[in-house]
Design a protein around this ligand. Structure first.
Ligand SMILES: C[S@@+](CC[C@H](N)C(=O)[O-])C[C@H]1O[C@@H](n2cnc3c(N)ncnc32)[C@H](O)[C@@H]1O
Length: 328
């Protein structure tokens, strides 16, 4: 039974990472991966404790069921695994002979961005420290990795807060996906701000860069599936989160809103784009994490009722952008 788990994981990892496959293959594979991991973890979707989020001073920590379901955001899952794989390959070349220590913050009950890598690399090459705040997720995580005979890849599994954790050993890669679109609600920024200073020289943060911008969006182009047409236009950068740019508070940014809108660009939105690693990216609309967040809609006269919008990112219990407008 356990051997079957690992064989199935190998097959699903190959299918998920296969280049140029139809997206439907990736979607089906992520469903199968979810079912496999949920069985190994004995995840009980109806158990109230498995559905209760935890509210921290740094934001919301998703309950085991919702954290587990993130895997079904299939293109996100694929790109993060591919990005982490590419980062390991890069450091294996730049730090030959080093056993790479990967710190994964906010694993949920499966640590799905890491487990497939135990198929592709040996425990002599990669070692994980897995951090998760929800105790039920941590128990399922231990059971899942044991079921896949992946214990030899684990340095430590800790039930702890990644916004305050201090590593006792050099960390070569930090990976975390504790975010929603526009970096709202979950503590990605606070976790990044705590962990980036702990990355060893030459190390890598995954995702490498999260960029938030504001601008106009044409949903009709998306609905009609006209890839040749630009959905977004005139985007103004609002915030970047990377190894070079991280903080708990960001300065206020003021963005002008055009007086007239053309060609159906009737929504003023916040956009999220993610560079996972190198050329491996999640662009607007590729994932739940990169869906535009609508802030204003133009009236029937094609005009917005505001001239400017002010943005400020704040950390804390309810992280995200505080906004205000200057009326037209
Ligand atoms: C969006 S889920 C992602 C799950 C999984 N890593 C994935 O990518 O599919 C985020 C996970 O991070 C955990 N988390 C949130 N805040 C945390 C914190 N401060 N320290 C440790 N874990 C945290 C949540 O409990 C949840 O399991």
């Amino acid at each position: 039974m356990h051997v079957d788990y690992r064989l199935t994981l190998r097959r699903l990892t190959d299918a998920l990472l296969q280049p140029d496959a139809p997206p439907e293959q990736w979607r089906q594979t992520s469903e199968q991966l979810f079912n496999l991991l949920a069985a190994a973890a004995q995840l009980e979707p109806d158990m109230p404790a498995h559905r209760a989020d935890i509210f921290l001073s740094s934001g919301k920590a998703l309950a085991p069921v919702w954290a587990a379901m993130c895997i079904k955001d299939f293109y996100r899952t694929r790109q993060f695994i591919l990005g982490l794989k590419a980062a390991i390959e890069t450091l294996s070349a730049t730090m030959p002979g080093t056993r790479l220590h990967i710190l994964y913050a906010g694993t949920g009950p499966f640590a799905p961005l890491a487990l497939p890598l135990t198929i592709l690399f040996t425990p002599e090459t990669i070692q994980f420290t897995l951090l998760e705040i929800n105790p039920d997720s941590v128990n399922m995580l231990k059971q899942t990795w044991a079921s896949f005979f992946a214990d030899s890849y684990i340095r430590e599994i800790l039930c702890t807060d990644a916004t305050t954790y201090k590593a006792s050993q050099p960390v070569h890669i930090v990976v975390s996906e504790t975010m929603q679109r526009a970096l709202q609600e979950e503590p990605q920024v606070a976790i990044t701000a705590n962990l980036v200073p702990q990355i060893a020289p030459g190390g890598i943060l995954i995702p490498e860069k999260i960029s938030i911008s504001a601008g106009l969006y044409n949903f009709q182009n998306t609905l009609k599936d006209q890839p040749e047409k630009q959905d977004a236009t005139q985007q103004t950068p609002v915030m970047d989160l990377s190894m070079d740019q991280y903080a708990l508070e960001y300065p206020e940014i003021i963005v002008d809103i055009p007086e007239e809108v053309e060609n159906g660009y009737t929504q003023f939105c916040l956009f999220t784009e993610i560079r996972v690693f190198g050329h491996i990216v999640l662009q607007t609309g590729d994932s739940g994490l990169t869906q535009p967040k609508i802030l204003l809609t133009a009236g029937n006269n094609g005009k917005f009722h505001a001239r400017k919008m002010r943005f400020q990112y704040v950390s804390g219990r309810n992280p995200g952008f505080r906004t205000s407008i200057d009326l037209a």
